[in-house]
Design a protein around this ligand. Sequence first.
Ligand code: NAI
Length: 350
Amino acid sequence: MKLSHENLKGLMKHKLMRAGLKEDHADKTAEILTWSDERGYHSHGAVRVEYYAERIAKGGITVDPKFEWKETGPCSAVFEGDNGCGYVASVLAIEKAIEMAKTSGIAVVGIRNISHSGSIGYYTEMAAKKNMVAIAFCQPDPMAVPCGGTEPYYGTNPISFAAPTADDRTVVFDMATTVQAWGKILDKRSRHEAIPDTWAVDEKGKPVTDPNLVNALVPIEGAKGYGLMMMVDIFCGVLLGVPFGKHVSSMYHDLSKGRELGQMFIVMDPSRFVGVDAFKASMSQSLDELGEMPAAEGFGKVYYPGERAVMRRDKAYATGGVEIVDEIYEYLKSDDIHFDKYDHKNRFAE
Ligand code: NAI
């Protein structure tokens, strides 16, 4: 089913409100989920709504959270999330971080005790659109084996950075430190499609192609991805005093409890370094140089991070809208809230 931005966002917002989320929180969440789906990040779009609705309905997301902004120094702060909606907490925290970076040159902002916050590139892009350079990390539940290990210890621990240019391009790099985000497995399951054998392993650590047989995801590039995962966990868990490593709550363990997740934003003002205009001009120059480079065989072009996502969005709307799996569309347009799809399931919602 192909849907317009308004239609897709409206359906998700309606469902989240029906589950109990306040209108402004549902609106912001649906906006970010739509941002992901329209860019082809279906792993972090509508496919998540049924799970969120069950968790909201069961009290595992505080619907009227007491958010608290605590400045711990001229360029550091902790945003207490009260296990409220991760999307809303993240937007408020990055807005505060941007203001702090304007005053102090840099802002290091830790967010404590939130629920899932989706595609973290949305938040770094917000900062880049305000002429800042930003980095974000966040903490999903454990589902990746460390290099050489047999059991999941870290999450898919994503890293995003974003930077403005002197034109309408924005660099938005946004990746899981596993070969694939867990949501990509979910997406493949919902489409009844196989996965490549490089994405995940079964209980014996052997590569699998059936998304239903996945026991754990694997880090990108072995020890290097493992090191990046650890870095994310140090910034978002150990440093912020929330559960870390294998102690991070499972998405599907107990939907009546808050997730207590950590997240970190680092926002820098280029005016404190090379200057905003010089920074943006050099960024545009880099992207021009990259884009003009002859492409290797099998590649159409050298893209900058985020370029293909924007192309996917533009193509979707030029060809009738964002493609949403029929089953998900049927769920979204129904009035149903399911109470037994995800609660007390294993980390793969089984
Ligand atoms: P991906 O593999 O689709 O893309 C990773 C990055 O590579 C993107 O920035 C993309 O722009 C860039 N890229 C891809 N192909 C490129 C090319 N040919 N040239 C230049 N750049 C290219 O992303 P992934 O790892 O599947 O993550 C998807 C989403 O999942 C992200 O939005 C991430 O934030 C989100 N996520 C969120 C989690 C959470 O707990 N909140 C956990 C894990 C992932």
